[in-house]
Design a protein around this ligand. Structure first.
Ligand code: TYD
Length: 211
């Protein structure tokens, strides 16, 4: 049986992750790979309920630590119910955001720092992505791509918050050069897809060579 492959997709708000996730889906389908696609926060009935609480704009008094713990709680459920079992069956799992989002949004954005790593060590219980695509886009560009009326509680944060998130991603990129594959998200949809496609070709080839 093939070894499971865990791919995550990261990036600041407005970087175009969703569009490129559609591309990844059709790319893998064309290759005959039956991948499992999921998202954070969410992906299980319990985690989707937690998502509603976290992103609800009425919860403006939520303290940063409660927010970090809720993301981690949703994650623990998703890892245990969906991600781990699929990887054990040799599947490819593609997840829209994962621990890196907590490190940058709660750790850097909210200023919770290292505590976020500690909480999440418990939440993921050793389940770490093999590859993370980081859609890199400066915060001012990302901001201009999201419609104001559609913003959730996190997206509605001020520009200092989003600057810190971006800084966090740059730090992670330096810390995990083997796992994080940076994609320049400034280009057109087709240009970005082409870059991701080339990287996926390489990743799938490596996987097949090592079976
Ligand atoms: P989502 O609705 O999927 O938005 P996007 O399409 O921009 O990914 O993500 C929800 C928001 O939650 C997003 O602004 C990032 C934030 N987030 C965190 O702050 N911490 C986390 O651990 C995760 C997974 C997401």
């Amino acid at each position: 049986m093939k070894k499971g492959l865990f791919i995550t997709m990261e990036g600041p708000d407005g970087a175009g992750k969703s569009t490129q996730l559609h591309f990844i889906k059709s790319f893998l389908e064309e290759k005959g790979e039956k991948a499992i696609f999921t998202r954070e926060p969410g992906g299980t009935p319990i985690s989707e309920k937690i998502r509603k609480i976290i992103l609800d704009k009425n919860n403006s008094d939520m303290v940063p630590m409660a927010e970090a713990l809720l993301y981690a709680a949703a994650r623990a459920q998703l890892v245990s119910q969906v991600i781990k079992p699929a990887l054990e069956r040799g599947k490819i799992v593609v997840c829209d955001r994962f621990v890196d989002s907590s490190i940058v949004y709660q750790g850097y954005g909210r200023g919770l720092g290292e505590s976020v790593n500690v909480i999440n060590d418990y939440a993921v219980a050793g389940c770490i992505p093999d590859i993370t695509f980081l859609m890199k886009l400066a915060p001012d560009l990302g901001k201009s791509r999201i419609k104001t009326e559609n913003k959730d509680r996190i997206e509605s944060e001020n520009s200092d918050f989003h600057e810190n998130v971006y800084r966090g991603y740059i730090e992670l990129e330096k810390r995990y050069p083997d796992r994080i594959v940076t994609i320049d998200a400034k280009g057109t949809i087709e240009e970005v897809s082409r870059e991701i496609g080339a990287q996926l070709e390489r990743i799938l080839k490596n996987r097949n060579d090592f079976q």
